[in-house]
Design a protein around this ligand. Sequence first.
Ligand SMILES: C[S@@+](CC[C@H](N)C(=O)[O-])C[C@H]1O[C@@H](n2cnc3c(N)ncnc32)[C@H](O)[C@@H]1O
Length: 190
Amino acid sequence: MNEAHRQFLASPEWARMLETDLLPWITRIGDIGDDVLEVGPGPGLTTDVLRTLAALVTAVEIDEDMASALAERLKGSNVTVINADATGVRLPSDRFSAAASFSMLHHVPTPDKQDEVFAEVCRLLRPGGVFIASDSRDLDPIRAFHADDVFVPLDPLTLPDRLGRAGFADVDVEVGGYELRFHARKPASR
Ligand SMILES: C[S@@+](CC[C@H](N)C(=O)[O-])C[C@H]1O[C@@H](n2cnc3c(N)ncnc32)[C@H](O)[C@@H]1O
């Protein structure tokens, strides 16, 4: 992430937007259960939202410095931070009641790698577990904000098939003003 991006994601303004916009959307989807996986927490303001909703949160962050800063900030809380790539997390299958990814998937450098994240999240979810995510739309101002950074936005039209190939069902995609949001479920019996 570039510096402007990093600062924004750690700002009180972003925390307020998450509280007023993201949190109500998550609660509308339903109960996320007791043991939640987050991929790509960054500075962790989205982790702060999730940890009010679930007994346990495991946050998987690829950037070593961000992972250690978040682990330090949330030491002694209900959050465990793992420094790993979300395409291959060394945790057992079928564990989590829900998984979440916020503004992270466009930082994964290729669609194939994004598909690996989807498949890994599906593996880690319990049967019946829900995957909830938001991500940037492909808009000029958002591209400009990602100068010198990875920006591989998701296409909302191909997303249901991609999630289906990764093992998900009941895919629901909403396209908003600046981001898209989706949720999908790992089938109860596979
Ligand atoms: C734009 S930040 C979003 C942070 C936070 N979720 C939020 O919305 O405020 C994306 C984060 O995902 C992390 N990330 C990117 N690719 C990843 C991967 N393959 N596995 C785990 N984390 C990843 C980045 O290092 C970065 O911290």
